[in-house]
Design a protein around this ligand. Structure first.
Ligand SMILES: Cc1cc2nc3c(=O)[nH]c(=O)nc-3n(C[C@H](O)[C@H](O)[C@H](O)COP(=O)(O)OP(=O)(O)OC[C@H]3O[C@@H](n4cnc5c(N)ncnc54)[C@H](O)[C@@H]3O)c2cc1C
Length: 233
């Protein structure tokens, strides 16, 4: 572990580099890794986390995790130099610039970890790939990486971020412009995506949310082959 920082109340970013100094595994933006540790008594505790950084020229990788239970509390307590076992990369949800020319990304909650890797990669490499990111959170406080996302949107005409909150107090939403306050639906997509069949779609979040988002995309008449979904269970 190299460093970690708080992104919001219960979401943290954590950076790792190989302890042996050897080159890290190669991954594609959107993939995840398996982390494990050995518990007292010898049992292994295993969890999966999206690789949230860009793989381009990377010495290590970043994860973004939401504090929940056993493993995330263990990560939260890690100090510089502490070690964890990592295996990867894994997962079929992966951006490939040879295939995906225009991308719509859907992140639910901590699913932003998957999508920020794709955004950081495309922007970092200055690829000519337009991105529309739909980012759904329960409340305004739960939106992570907002400064980074808004900063990228300001500097790049090719990047648009659309926030939606599903359980926010309407009073708190007063004064916020351009934020939806409902689940992602076909209407929201139609308002923001021109020529829907020209785009490739990536969805990541808790399983039910991911299924709902994928269904909203299908309403636009987009073929299943253009939609990649990853559920967090
Ligand atoms: C492909 C994939 C990618 C993923 N990527 C990410 C990611 O990028 N970031 C991320 O944060 N997560 C990600 N996850 C989820 C992650 O793998 C873990 O499941 C998550 O971090 C919770 O692990 P934990 O050990 O902290 O919680 P756990 O201890 O496993 O607890 C999980 C839930 O059970 C509840 N719980 C725990 N103990 C008890 C108890 N005794 N009684 C009642 N309830 C209890 C907790 O409150 C919590 O809601 C991903 C999952 C998959 C499959």
């Amino acid at each position: 572990m190299v460093e970690q920082k708080q992104e919001n109340l219960d979401v943290r970013s954590i950076n790792f580099e190989p302890a042996d100094g050897k080159p890290m595994f190669q991954f594609k933006p959107g993939q995840f890794a398996q982390l494990s540790r050995t518990l007292e008594g010898g049992a292994k505790e295993v969890r999966f986390y999206s690789l949230a950084s860009s793989p381009y020229n990377a010495k290590g990788f970043t994860l973004i995790y939401k504090l929940k239970g056993s493993f995330t509390n263990f990560m939260n307590a890690m100090k510089k130099g502490d070690k964890v076992e990592v295996m990867g990369p894994m997962g079929h949800l992966a951006f490939d610039e040879g295939i995906h020319r225009k991308v719509v990304l859907f992140a639910g909650g901590v699913g932003i970890a998957t999508m920020i890797s794709i955004v950081r990669y495309i922007i970092g490499r200055k690829l000519n790939v337009p991105i529309i990111l739909f980012y759904s959170s329960r409340t305004l406080d739960e939106i992570a990486l907002k400064n980074e996302l808004d900063g990228i949107a300001k500097k790049n005409r090719n990047f648009k971020v659309i926030y939606t909150v599903t359980r926010e107090d309407p009073e708190k939403l007063k004064g916020w412009k351009g934020i939806y306050s409902r689940r992602v639906d076909g209407q929201m997509l139609r308002e923001n995506i021109a020529k829907p069949d020209e785009w490739s779609y990536f969805v990541s979040g808790r399983t039910q949310m991911a299924v709902d988002m994928a269904n909203a995309i299908k309403v636009l008449g987009v073929g299943q082959d253009k939609i990649k979904v990853e559920g967090y269970g």
